[in-house]
Write a protein of this length. Sequence first.
Length: 331
Amino acid sequence: MIVVSAPGKVTLFGEHAVVYGEPAIAAAIDKRVRVKAIKRADEAVRIEARDLMLAGFKALLSSNGSVTLEGESKKVLAALSYVKRAIEIVREKYGVKVGAHITITSEMPVGAGLGTSAAVAVSVIKAYSLLAGLEFSKEECADLGYQVELSVQGKASRMDSTTTAIGGILYIDPRGERVYENIKCTSDLRGFIVGYVSREASTGEMVEKVKKLREKSPEIIDLVIKAMGELTRKARGLIERGELYEVGMLMNINHGLLEAIGVSTSRLSQMVYAARSAGALGSKITGAGGGGCIIALAPEREEEVIAALKAIGVSAFKVAFSSEGVRVEEG
Ligand code: PMV
């Protein structure tokens, strides 16, 4: 038996803009997705997601590629497509045929904007490849995870797959010499709260929405995307130096720009403003939007922000950043 886990992530700056080549800053968090893989006698793959907080399913991926699914819903199908593609990519690229029983669990809400799709894809790739006797490095897992996201979503950046595979706080620069650089902070970055509501649209749908808006008015949307890139470049130094007031201010500007490209909802904006009223230095959507999560920076005011979010019916929890990416826990 092999057990692999990988962290969720929050995007501090630059979601959506990163799809168009601008930099983003993302951090792995202390909540993980866990994948257990056991060899089967035949070549089929049985996938079971028992207690994924928003999407539980059971599926059988037979050796000819067909899928039998129990409990069909949009969310289930979305979650399954990442698992299915992750296994297919390892099978196709490396000629692997081994059958497996795969069980997935998550410590955080799935499909809410915390990068769980990538965490699932990367941990399935790592666990399934180990079962087949292949040793992929973290970078290889990140790359294969990216290919899974790309083929499921149509358009994706390397942000989620890199952050979950590598861990830490990363500066993702699609146009840079290196895909990512580690951001080294002089002081502990603390005081982050995540609030979440269920998602109305998938990451793929939100990426598509921005793409359409950009096609209609490239002269406007490209400026907004460029502005997101600029503030992300500026935020990097502020994070490194621990200048939290300025980081918060840039988070607020970033949220305004995300509103401008149409990825907020009235509920997300309500959450963002509730957090600020309760003392957050900054708050914004984190992830693709269309429902899902917000992140607030509220050092010394964590409890107040959590209470304010709960008062408007939103689930909220503290997050700490984690330097650990994908890791083998057993096997
Ligand atoms: O909602 P999430 O965690 O899947 O984040 C999506 C981030 C986007 O920038 C919108 C898409 C991407 O692939 O980078």
